[in-house]
Design a protein around this ligand. Sequence first.
Ligand code: SAH
Length: 349
Amino acid sequence: MDKKPQKIKSVSGAVGFSMQKSKGQHLLKNPKILEAIKNKSGIKSTDIVLEIGPGTGNLTMLLLAESKKVIAIELDPRMVAQLLKRVSVSEYHNKLQLIQGDVLKQKLPFFNLCVANIPYQISSPIVFKLLNHRPFFRCAVLLIQREFAMRLIAKPGSEFYCRLSVNVQLLSKVEHLMKVSKNDFNPPPKVESSVVRIEPKNPLPNINFMEWDGLLRICFNRKNKTLGAIFKQKYILDLLFNNFKKFEKMKENNNFKVNNEESINQFIKNEMEGNDIMEVENDIDDDDKKEKNDDGKNKEKDPEKEKFKSMLMDILTKEDYINKRAIKMSIDEFLKLLDILNNNGIHLN
Ligand code: SAH
């Protein structure tokens, strides 16, 4: 048998079927880029590598040559057939485990490294699915849309900084490795691409992730506003006040339990499904608007709620958060704010 690694054939024209945009089918054809991705992944001969969306196997062949085993998950049966054909005539046929199916619907197998040119339209759920995977893997080296990469690595104050940046950087260390041009693909996508390296943080911060999620959704819902303005909004105050009372009752009944360990699963599930628990399309500063009764008269303000509001505002002022804006806040600042609020009986979930 030929012991030399297989040469990558350019796939343009070599595939007997057309690419489906809906499945994000853009095959990486530039051998230099493929080689660079493999090298930057730090792949070792003992690694069990997960590849998501192997397509016709341009990257798979390189990964097979350098690892112990590759487990590839591919949705399109035409790709699966093509890849099987390609691998079966190579020396690596017993190193590949090919799973046909939707990566988002699979329980991921054991792996310690993930290297993939993923379908861009499901980048966010893939990243969160990987970050929820246990045991922790060493790192994931992913080829993704440039703009998505910019959001993953964005720091406070950057135009790309958003909830995604904060959540992904809470769970992992993200690094931009290199840019990849449209013309390195067949067919070329409309957008530019980048390779990033994502290294899961282990251990994770010991927080309640549902509370964390609640805080970030509130803060980033109006990301240019100050926290003072955000927390004064009526629907936020109502929500927090109700939570406050609920938790007080639970405390009275000795029913107060916080389960941090399980909160991450629900948090990740929400991120993967894009659940917008708290999105309220309401851009009016309605805190000072008088509430009306049915007869049109102004509603009496609930003194308990008013007291809660001043307590919340006092905390934000005293702790120096009142004039801060989410777009400029670091993960540590969010963590500290969550801690302060929770310690004062204010719950975000
Ligand atoms: N890695 C290959 C192909 C990348 S294109 C290369 O670089 O050449 C993205 C691949 O992901 C396609 O083969 C597409 O069929 C596959 N894909 C799309 N959605 C998927 C899903 N939900 N689960 C698994 N694979 C998927």
